[in-house]
Write a protein that binds this ligand. Structure first.
Ligand SMILES: Nc1ncnc2c1ncn2[C@@H]1O[C@H](COP(=O)(O)OP(=O)(O)OP(=O)(O)O)[C@@H](O)[C@H]1O
Length: 316
């Protein structure tokens, strides 16, 4: 289990960690979601011991790790650029972490082979890592991170450089491995989709502050303020309120007549904009079956029901 207690960090005038308190249980994946420059990577580095906080404590499995050097923390990091060692082959790369722990080849190579097989690269052990594809290199990085049986995994935008199909596959693959091994993990990302598809809990970070920590469902239903709602990429947000998708019912008898402002078909959903007399332009994602065969040209009119009790009002 990871616990961060009152972490503070400044760079000059800039506060990059402002009283951060977080907990991550074993086998649990916490995503820290925030815009570029909000302090996500710095927080990971503080957890890893690569950057010292001004104050606050990092506890892992009930012991204070705040003053331990990085190599004694038992943490594995997976970076965006994999950070593999180009002069070593696949097997040697995976065994490297074990070597650093003082484990000899006799023990480290079989363990590394086992882990390579687990990530589907059992036949590539002797390949130079440079000759592997991006996705394969990412799996080597993951194998290297997992083989040391870390107390904690840290993932820093680990999937951003991969193409869409591979990204989906490796995200799920990584999350499954972490959960199966019961390791707590922290992933930082600026991509709401990544956070929402993988994480058990999401911490929303803004200018060094955690705005809200909650499950994906709770965040969708009840972001604490407009900033939080915008950070999760929600539609229909202004300074006073947020209208979640589940509050919207397109083409419902008795709904308010609204004018279509835009309509586009996306591969797996539709995006429909409607001008509502009370709430202004509302964007909704109707099921394709609900819009099939309808005239949804700009200017056409259709009823839209808004469940008032599902609207989230913000305190100003
Ligand atoms: N060593 C440093 N010295 C001074 N300022 C720094 C240092 N490291 C980071 N910063 C600044 O602190 C802020 C937070 O940086 P950090 O890398 O943690 O952000 P981030 O949320 O991870 O951003 P990104 O998503 O772009 O990687 C940025 O404004 C950055 O320029």
């Amino acid at each position: 289990m990871l616990q961060l207690k009152h972490i503070h960090k400044h760079y000059g005038e800039k506060t990059v960690a402002d009283d951060i308190n977080l907990e991550v249980g074993n086998g649990e994946l916490l995503a820290i979601l925030g815009r570029s420059g909000c302090g996500k990577s710095t927080l990971l580095k503080i957890i890893a011991g690569l950057v010292q906080a001004d104050s606050g404590e990092v506890w892992i499995n009930g012991t204070d790790h705040t003053r331990l050097p990085p190599e004694q923390r038992g943490i594995s990091l997976v970076f965006q650029d994999y950070a593999l060692l180009p002069h070593l082959n696949t097997l040697q790369n995976v065994a490297f972490g074990l070597k650093m722990q003082g484990i000899g080849r006799k023990e480290s190579y079989p363990k590394a082979m086992e882990m390579l097989a687990e990530v589907g690269l059992g036949n590539e052990a002797q390949r130079r890592v440079e000759s592997l594809s991006g996705g394969e290199q990412q799996r080597v990085a993951l194998a290297r991170a997992l083989v040391t049986n870390p107390k904690l995994m840290l993932l820093d935008e680990s999937f951003s450089s991969l193409d869409t199909g591979l990204r989906h596959h490796l995200r799920q693959f990584t999350a499954d491995h972490i959960r199966r091994r019961n390791i707590p993990a922290v992933m930082v990302t600026h991509d709401p989709e990544e956070a929402f598809t993988l994480a058990d809990h999401i911490a929303l970070m803004d200018s060094g502050k955690i705005l809200q920590t909650a499950t994906p469902d709770a965040l969708i239903n009840r972001p604490v303020n407009a900033r939080a709602a915008r950070l999760i990429g929600a539609y229909n947000v202004n300074d006073t309120h947020y209208i979640p998708q589940q509050a919207l019912h397109f083409n419902q008898a008795g709904g308010t007549i609204c004018t279509v402002t835009q309509f586009s078909r996306l591969p797996d959903r539709n995006l429909l904009g409607m001008q509502h007399p009370q709430y202004g332009e509302i964007l909704l994602l109707p099921d394709p079956a609900q819009t099939e065969g309808l005239n949804l040209q700009t200017g056409s009119q259709w009823p839209l029901q808004v469940d008032e009790d599902k609207i989230v009002w913000f305190d100003r």
